[in-house]
Write a protein that binds this ligand. Structure first.
Ligand code: TNX
Length: 531
């Protein structure tokens, strides 16, 4: 055995030894304990968006571990929500939380999901979440409430839960009770897949974003001058030709009816209703280019890849126009379990007013005949509408008031507050600014029920934040304009006015920055927020 001299002592002991001798030495390598995550024990301080109606803290914590089970009582729909919860948190925990259907009262120490139709104070979509050190009990009158309660639970968990790879934990949740239900029944966003086409994966991810923030409606703008994006079997050239390009001359695209059904199912599993929009009589160049007979002069125009508006119109006094619309509404309605069909009706500057009103009247009847309730942009309030129509206010207070006067209910999307295609400020890399620059505080700080004289809470179905796509063509672009504004619209739609407060909201939103990162969302880091 070779005798080793002191020069064989590993360097680390030598440095440590030297430091023992030299008093006051501070350069010794010291043991660094791993950083302890701050243990959140005050439920009222949780960064929940939208903020719940009521939150009471009890100061303790519940640990979710690999041993935690999800007990569920109730029909298939409730069990699917329990499975969704398991699927949501299992990847980051690295273990699959077991779902246990049961009719017996669930044992303590676990998570339980229960339907409680007797709790009518929670309304259609509400839920109650009771968290103690011994377990979590989520109850709701309907499965949809369980689903929204799961989203709250998700936001109460450490943000690492959003990662799709195994994370360290611990999976700790503060204790207390939340009772919660939405202010407005309609809470939506619109995605324009016509100016630039976005495909299945992009739309599904967008649906995921809505679900996290308890938005229950996705309005898809499926046709415009630049492209027709949904297969119509009886008018196949709409997509074959009309779907073949987009703004800037890219290749465009469209959804087959099978794909559209898949989107409907994907949204339904997240309690989100799809609303299809076929914009007419203006915004129709792609249809006019596909079928010459829809033009008054019988000649098909060229496809259009610019961004002007207001130059196209269906020929309102040809019968074939209404046969065409009937087929389109019939085929799309058959794919649509939701109650609404959006007929557009905006910016029809190439249609004479005396033609526009009878056109909207007739299209309204076609939509009703196919079992759907028509929604139109605010200009459609000029037609002979009544309480069967919904008016989506985007630009005109006067048309909004006219719609309310005729008995229609309103969706509030004022462009200078709710349009997510508006730039944040003059330096934003994407977006337009014809309506306003909309920084995060401006997008958050308004009240749909007091914005327009004569239009009150009782006239309003809800709010919607549209995302037009003239300037955006990738998922990153979508994310940049959507985040961080979307959570603010979700809060306006869900939380009562009395709990909405910009100073508090901006702190909660800051905490969501880490969640966006874990979800790999390419958000705009607004200087209004201390990220
Ligand atoms: C106005 S909003 C439009 C859209 C544009 C949008 C751009 C509405 C009903 N019409 O055609 O895409 O502005 O911000």
């Amino acid at each position: 055995m070779t005798k080793k001299g002191p020069h064989f002592i590993p360097w680390i002991f030598r440095v440590a030894g030297a430091c023992l001798i030299m008093a006051g030495c501070t350069s010794a390598p010291q043991y660094q304990p791993p950083p302890q995550p701050e243990i959140p024990t005050d439920l009222t301080q949780a960064a929940l968006i939208p903020y719940p109606v009521s939150v009471a803290a009890s100061g303790g914590v519940f640990h979710i571990t690999g041993e935690t089970r999800i007990y569920v009582t109730g029909p298939d729909a409730a069990q699917q929500v329990a499975q969704a919860l398991s699927d949501l948190i299992s990847p980051a925990m690295g273990t699959s939380l077991q779902v246990m259907p049961t009719d017996a009262p669930p044992p303590p120490g676990h998570i339980s999901l229960t339907l409680n139709p007797a709790d009518i104070a929670l309304g259609e979509e509400g839920y109650q979440l009771s968290i103690t050190p011994e377990g979590i009990s989520l109850s709701a009158p309907q499965p949809v409430g369980l689903f929204w309660g799961v989203q709250t639970l998700r936001q109460l968990m450490p943000v690492a839960v959003e990662a799709r790879t195994v994370q360290a934990g611990p999976w700790i949740i503060p204790t207390g009770t939340i009772r919660d239900y939405p202010d407005y029944a309609y809470r939506g966003s619109m995605l324009d897949v016509a100016r630039h086409f976005f495909g299945m994966d992009e739309v599904k991810r967008y649906i995921d974003f809505l679900a996290l923030y308890k938005l229950n409606t996705l309005h898809l703008h499926l046709s415009d001058d630049q492209g027709w994006r949904i297969e119509i079997k009886s008018w196949p050239n709409l997509t074959a030709h009309g779907g073949s390009t987009e703004v800037g001359g890219g290749e465009g695209g469209f959804f087959t009816q099978e794909q559209y059904k898949e989107l409907v199912r994907y949204a339904q599993a997240r309690y989100i209703t799809l609303i299809p929009e076929i914009d007419m009589p203006g915004h129709t160049n792609s249809a006019l280019a596909s079928y010459p007979e829809l033009n008054c002069d019988g000649k098909a125009p060229k496809l259009y890849t610019g961004t002007n508006v207001g130059f196209s119109t269906l020929c309102t006094d040809k019968e074939v126009t209404y046969a065409f619309i009937d087929s389109v509404v019939r085929e799309i309605s058959a794919l649509t379990p939701g109650p609404y069909f959006h007929i557009g009706g905006d910016e029809s500057h190439a249609t004479k007013k005396e033609d526009y009103i009878p056109f909207v009247n007739r299209v309204t009847e076609i939509v009703l005949k196919h079992g759907k309730q028509p929604i139109g942009w605010d200009e459609t309030a000029q037609a002979n509408i009544n309480n069967r129509s919904v008016i989506q206010l985007w630009a005109s207070a006067e048309y909004g008031q006219m719609g309310v006067g005729k008995g229609a209910s309103l969706i509030m999307s004022p462009a200078n507050k709710a349009y997510m295609d508006m730039q944040y400020d003059s330096t934003s890399r994407l977006g337009l600014h014809w309506a306003a620059y909309i920084e995060v505080d401006s997008g958050y700080s308004w009240n749909p029920a007091t914005r327009i004289p004569g239009i009150g809470r009782e006239h309003i179905l809800g709010i919607e934040a549209p995302l037009w796509s003239e300037t955006i063509s990738t998922l990153d672009d979508i994310e940049y304009l959507t985040f961080p504004r979307l959570p603010g619209y979700a809060e306006i739609g869900w939380s009562p006015d009395t709990v909405r407060n910009w100073e508090k909201y901006r702190k909660r939103l800051a905490a969501h920055g880490a969640r966006f990162k874990a979800m790999e969302i390419d958000y705009y880091p607004s200087p209004k927020i201390d990220w």
